[in-house]
Design a protein around this ligand. Structure first.
Ligand SMILES: O=C(O)CCC(=O)C(=O)O
Ligand SMILES: [Fe+2]
Length: 408
């Protein structure tokens, strides 16, 4: 079945095809807003699809609120050179200067604890790390996630039909629903997972188990790079701010779609700039999906600042990496220092992925990090320039030359 748009582009047939029109009408009626997982009717008995047991399911259950959870960041135990991980790999390739590294020659089922610690550190530094051809199954993927932190269970997004997998977040769309561009804008799809929680996620993994040959890419944007991009005075100002992250709209959307909300929605106040506990680097921690306002500022100022941050993270390709998935690709990202957004250009193909989501620490402001550790929080870009023997100010330009070259 071809997308409706391209069918419309072809010349009309001599005689109207009633079946085709009926199909088009049905498809047009069954649209979805990707901000909320599309409802797929659960006919589990007659489903011959290979991964039918991992198709989305919304159990009608109630869970208590989440309390504080003890977490230990495994990356702090890692060899900074990551020799155990890198010596086992066939290749380690950085994809952009800001973020994203692809590793080949590693089977994620075979990692030693030492290698898992090093991988957590690599993810903290490079923000997202990709692997292909991974046979790891969802229970093993959960175990790997659990090594990095206690697993989050989502209040609204689907879990697999198969019982006992409530810690899995299912990503699933197929030809029965078409993304509805009237229901969402691209910018609002950028998010950091469940950032409204008191202890939002850290080293998160998503494995694609079925997907289109092309399309359905995911983009990540670096909060470290976003921080580094601003002037020192604006960086200092952002470091003084906190913002509200809210689960309310997500819960309301689910209720409106007739689906259960398993845990009542929460709102949390997090620092606008958080420090990664292991790298010590500063990262802008707001996202269009869940960050609603900056505390204590006039609304116009809060809106203007959030608008700038949201537009920069979603518009600026220098902060981003884009990954094309293949079946059995897995991405592991640090939700503390990135935002991400999927593309929805692959209808009517099926795309199906499973996520394991460890809790991280309560986000730490620059002030709290420096008080607690006695260390100075760092700007990642400055640290890289220093390693390269460059003065940060010189590398950033000292303002002497304002010629705007635009060469083609
Ligand atoms: O579909 C994707 O690529 C990403 C979906 C998503 O945002 C997630 O699983 O966290
Ligand atoms: Fe996400």
């Amino acid at each position: 079945m071809a997308p409706v748009a391209s069918e419309n582009a072809t010349p009309a047939p001599a005689a109207p095809d009633a079946t085709l029109f009926a199909k088009k009408a049905a498809a047009a009626a069954q649209v979805f807003n990707p901000f909320y997982s599309p409802f797929v009717d659960g006919d589990s008995e007659n489903d011959t699809y290979e991964y039918a047991n991992y198709k989305p399911h919304w159990p009608d259950v109630k869970w208590p609120p989440l309390g504080e959870i003890a977490v230990v960041d495994r990356a702090q135990f890692a060899d900074p050179e990551k020799k155990a991980l890198f010596s086992a790999a066939k290749s380690v390739k950085h994809l952009t200067p800001a973020l994203g590294t692809e590793i080949t020659g590693i089977d994620l089922r075979q990692l030693s604890d030492k290698q898992k610690d090093e991988l957590a550190l690599l993810v903290a530094e490079r923000s997202v790390v990709f692997f292909r051809d991974q046979e790891i199954n969802i229970r093993e993927q959960l175990e790997l996630g659990r090594y990095w932190g206690p697993l989050h269970v989502h209040a609204t997004t689907p879990v697999p039909r198969e019982p006992g997998l409530e810690e899995v977040h299912v990503v699933y769309t197929d030809g029965s629903r078409r993304p509805d561009p009237t229901a969402f804008s691209k910018i609002e799809l950028w998010h950091s997972d469940v950032s409204y929680e008191l202890q939002p996620p850290s080293t998160t993994s998503l494995k694609l188990i079925e997907g289109p040959e092309y399309g359905g890419d995911t983009l990540w944007s670096s909060g470290y790079a976003l921080y580094s991009s601003f002037s020192p005075a604006f960086q200092n100002y952002l470091e003084t701010l906190t913002a509200v992250h809210s689960a309310v709209d997500q819960a309301d959307g689910n209720r409106a779609a007739g689906r259960p909300v398993r845990r009542e929605p929460v709102e949390s106040i997090h620092p606008v700039v958080r420090v990664h506990p292991v790298t010590g680097w500063k990262s802008v921690y707001v996202n269009p999906g869940f960050t609603r306002r900056i505390i204590g500022l006039p609304k116009a100022e809060s809106d203007a600042i959030l608008n700038l941050l949201f537009h920069q993270l979603s518009d600026n390709p220098d902060f981003q990496v884009r990954f094309h998935w293949e079946k059995n690709s897995i991405a592991i990202w640090d939700n503390r220092v990135t935002t991400h957004s999927a593309t929805f250009d692959f209808w009517p193909h099926t795309r199906h992925a499973l996520r394991s989501t460890p809790h991280g620490e309560k986000p730490t402001s620059v002030e709290d990090y420096e008080k607690a550790t006695g260390k100075q929080a760092k700007d990642r870009q400055n640290e890289i320039w220093k390693q390269q023997g460059l003065e940060a100010a010189a590398a950033a330009g000292n303002g002497a030359s304002k010629v705007r070259g635009y060469s083609d």
